[in-house]
Design a protein around this ligand. Structure first.
Ligand SMILES: Cc1ncc(COP(=O)(O)O)c(C=O)c1O
Length: 397
């Protein structure tokens, strides 16, 4: 099987830096992508792993303290309405869980439709339902069944200043195949090209869901835990989802996903309705998750992300070539080029100067900058100066 990955083979990491097997150092502005909020080799993560590994790694079908405490801390951070947490092994699996739960909850109320709406350019993972929800055809090539998965439809994200609730409602109703059960959305679309929906869009989704008795599910697997400058990206809009899904950074590199729900939703399924061998009882993941949340709050990393993101975006906007759009929230930043070739060339040139960046978007023309949230000011300056130097090279080419 061909591998997706090329380039250097990494041996070690420390802070925002990776070192390959030949000793070359790279400023890691992919960070996972979006996994390493705390950078590599953070002492709090290492000591949580060492401490917990010597005590208990996993206790399948028996609760353990780290998992209970992590669930409590997540529910506290996400605000009052979430009392239940289900842990999964990945973001994709957490999304599948959230949709299954939504269907079960709706069926218990006599709602047996299939329709679930997601967003064009949204990304929710590569497994069955998660891939079907993903609104990026690039990941479905040769898999026509996935785009036709029963009941899953996609809504466009309106362009800036264009939120028209009635029009969105018409589109939703026209596309839904039957009773709408849920809407799944990223508050900021990450993999799909760092698309920040216009003000009022999340509120419109909330209103559309409420009017149709549908559940609103926010996928904050990429945006959650400080990445966009608030602990959760939904906070900026004031719109709360019925189900919140997180993942990526929670495990600092250990696989994890989590589904947060209010009591009435979480209690609609019995223990036999859903389970996974590793997801719910990983004491090790629980301990690491607690360490990540501890550093996130004690270190004020959401605010740090907001400040660093504004500073970096300001500098990049004033120097970007005219055909490059700089956009984002906090340290989730996208540079949209006219073509995928330009984005790839930009990434190669950044790498040649020792800075790793990601690429995304439906056309693969959006370069993504997602450094650790605790990136030092020197490393942030290096990211900025390297980006400006490569902008310059690209213009003179
Ligand atoms: C918003 C979002 N949802 C879901 C996923 C899938 O998570 P995982 O790769 O852990 O399955 C991702 C991964 O990039 C993501 O960014």
């Amino acid at each position: 099987m061909a591998t997706l990955l090329d380039g250097p083979v990494m041996r070690s990491g420390s802070g925002s830096w990776l070192v390959d097997i030949e000793g070359n150092r790279y400023l890691d502005c992919v960070a996972g992508p979006g996994v390493h909020l705390l950078g590599h080799g953070h002492p709090a993560v290492i000591s949580a792993i060492e401490r917990q590994a010597s005590e208990l790694i996993h206790s399948s079908f028996q609760l353990n303290e780290p998992v209970i405490e992590l669930a409590e801390e997540l529910a506290r951070l996400a605000g009052g309405s979430f009392q239940r947490v289900f842990f999964a092994n990945s973001g994709s699996e957490a999304i599948e869980t959230a949709v299954k739960l939504a269907k079960k909850f709706q069926a218990a109320r006599g709602r047996f439709g299939h329709s679930i709406a997601a967003l064009e350019n949204g990304y929710h993972g590569r497994s069955g339902i998660a891939l079907a929800l993903t609104g990026m055809n690039i990941y479905k090539t040769g898999l026509p069944g996935f785009s036709l998965y029963p009941g899953i439809v996609h809504l466009p994200v309106p362009r800036p200043g264009e939120v028209d609730l009635d029009e969105l409602g018409r589109q939703l109703d026209a596309r839904s195949q039957d009773d709408l059960l849920a809407v799944v959305a990223e508050p900021v679309l990450g993999v799909g090209g760092v698309i920040v929906p216009p003000d009022g869009f999340l509120r419109a989704l909330r209103e559309l869901c409420d009017a149709r008795g549908a559940l609103l599910i926010f996928d904050e697997i990429f945006t959650g835990l400080g990445r966009t400058g608030t602990t959760f990206a939904f906070e900026r809009s004031g719109v709360r989802p019925d189900i919140l899904v997180i993942g990526k950074p929670l495990g600092a590199g250990l696989p994890v996903g989590a589904v947060l729900t209010p009591d009435d939703l979480g209690s609609c399924w019995a223990p036999v309705d859903h389970s996974t061998t590793f997801g719910g009882n990983g004491a090790l993941v629980g301990a690491v998750g607690k360490a990540v949340l501890g550093e996130l709050t004690a270190g004020g990393l959401a605010d740090a992300s907001e400040r660093a993101g504004n500073q970096l975006m300001g500098a990049l906007r004033s120097a970007a070539p005219t055909d490059v759009e700089v956009r984002g929230q906090g340290l989730l930043i996208g540079l949209e080029w006219r073509s995928p070739d330009q984005a790839t060339a930009f990434r190669r040139r950044m790498m040649a100067r020792g800075v790793l960046v990601g690429i995304g978007g439906q056309q693969r023309s959006v370069v993504r900058l997602t450094p650790p949230l605790n990136i030092t000011s020197d490393d942030l300056k290096l990211l900025e100066s390297t980006t400006l130097a490569v902008f310059d090279e690209m213009v003179r080419r």
